[in-house]
Design a protein around this ligand. Structure first.
Ligand code: NAD
Length: 381
């Protein structure tokens, strides 16, 4: 696998994949990205001058342009990550999710199929179309059990429904046309270059600004967290070694409630960036009678200024996300046993690296907070 066409490579996971392919796997990469609000070319700074990396600004729904890119680049594999990815935004405006995630995947499949049909037999056999998907297609778990590759689909949000639709299209192109596809369904990622609308970077950056740390509902929803560079390694393992037509679940066996995640970030910040004098910070959050921040039934954030001694004092509970799935947890046995991948980071090591990265790299996130997303509440239906 020498030449890889990556879609969505200016996004959080796509940029980790591009960096890994160019720096560790010595692949030639063509990054095809529309540069929506979530596309950040600065995430590719480390490789932008590398001869093995090139970029095309294009929409995956634009069949003519995508077909030209296939013809010019002659990929050995496609790793299709381009998507609208934020559940809250899918509640506010589902149309872009249907367009990019469903029609964009359809367009990519058709362009790939037309290109693949013309390849020599050897290149045809070796070609892979890898669709990068989410565990959210499986719906919501109770207290027990794990998502397996055979778990029936049961998506609940416009985002997960659009990703489930695209997974079905990819499987149909395998069964109907024989296109050699692989699919991965991964749990929640975190790590460097994560757009500040998602829980972990939002909490780190709000904390550094002394702003409230909003937690949906009671903070008891559980996610299974995977460090993004472990995900990138998993994806490349699957595109290299996976069996066509198969699905592989990717997860780090790191289940945490949202409240645990936020409290862990606060503890790390208390250690790495202590508030002045142990109690010299101020917050926008009003303390409740027990020293706990007030919960705000309407999700509006309180505004009074009080001294705080720990970043935990910034925690505040807001209205839950509509249709908020209770628990996701992945069984990654198949990927581990059949293809030999294993996560290198656990949540404790990964989250510490992540907080440190945000402390060290304000050149990356400050312009995004200033111009694209400052932390306002999204997705309240
Ligand atoms: P992201 O939102 O950070 O990045 C998406 C990228 O796609 C951006 O660079 C954006 O500009 C680009 N894009 C959007 N619409 C496009 C279009 N029409 N044409 C071309 N480019 C377009 O997303 P992410 O978190 O990096 O997720 C990448 C993929 O992984 C998505 O398919 C997502 O569903 C999946 N996934 C994400 C997670 C997670 O925790 N973030 C977990 C599992 C799976």
């Amino acid at each position: 696998m020498n030449r890889v066409l990556v879609t969505g490579g200016a996004g959080f996971i796509g940029s980790a994949v591009c960096r890994y392919l160019v720096q560790e796997k010595q692949c030639d990469v063509l990054n095809v990205d529309k540069l929506t609000y979530a596309g950040v070319p600065a995430s590719l700074k480390e490789i932008e001058d590398n001869d093995r990396y090139r970029f095309a600004k294009a929409d995956v729904c634009d069949k003519e342009v995508i077909a030209e890119l296939f013809a010019a680049f002659q990929p050995d594999a496609v790793m299709h990550l381009a998507a609208e990815s934020h559940v809250d935004r899918s509640i506010d405006g589902p149309a872009a999710f249907m367009e990019t995630n469903i029609m964009g995947t359809y367009t990519m499949l058709e362009c790939a199929r037309e290109y693949w049909n013309e390849l020599s037999n050897d290149r045809k056999t070796a070609f892979r179309f890898h669709h990068i998907s989410t565990d959210e297609v499986y719906g919501s778990l109770g207290a027990e059990g794990l998502f397996e590759e055979t778990t029936p689909y049961d998506p609940r949000s416009p985002y997960s429904a659009s990703k489930a639709s695209s997974d079905h299209l990819v499987k149909a192109w395998f069964h109907t046309y024989g296109l050699p596809v692989v699919i991965t369904n991964c749990s929640n990622n975190y790590g460097p270059y994560h757009f500040p609308e998602k829980l972990i970077p939002l909490v780190i950056l709000n904390a550094l600004d002394g702003k409230p740390l909003p937690i949906y509902g009671k903070g008891d929803n559980i996610r299974d967290w995977l460090y993004v560079e472990d995900h990138a390694r998993a994806l490349v393992t699957v595109v290299e070694k996976g069996t066509p037509g198969e699905t592989y679940n990717v997860g780090g066996r790191n289940e945490r409630t949202n409240l645990e995640v936020v409290e862990t970030i606060c503890s790390i910040l208390d250690e790495l960036r202590p508030l002045a004098g142990g109690n010299g910070g101020t917050s926008d959050v009003e303390s409740g009678p027990s020293g706990q921040p007030h919960s705000t039934s309407h999700g509006s954030l309180p505004t009074s200024t009080k001294p705080i001694s720990s970043y935990r004092d910034l925690i505040c509970f807001v209205d839950d996300r509509p249709g908020h799935d209770a628990r996701y947890a992945i069984d990654a046995t198949r990927l581990e046993n059949e293809l030999g991948w294993k996560a290198q980071e656990n949540f404790e090591t990964g989250i510490k690296k992540t907080v440190q990265w945000y402390l060290d790299n304000d050149w990356w996130w400050k312009p995004l907070r200033a111009s694209r997303y400052a932390g306002e509440r999204l997705g309240r239906a």
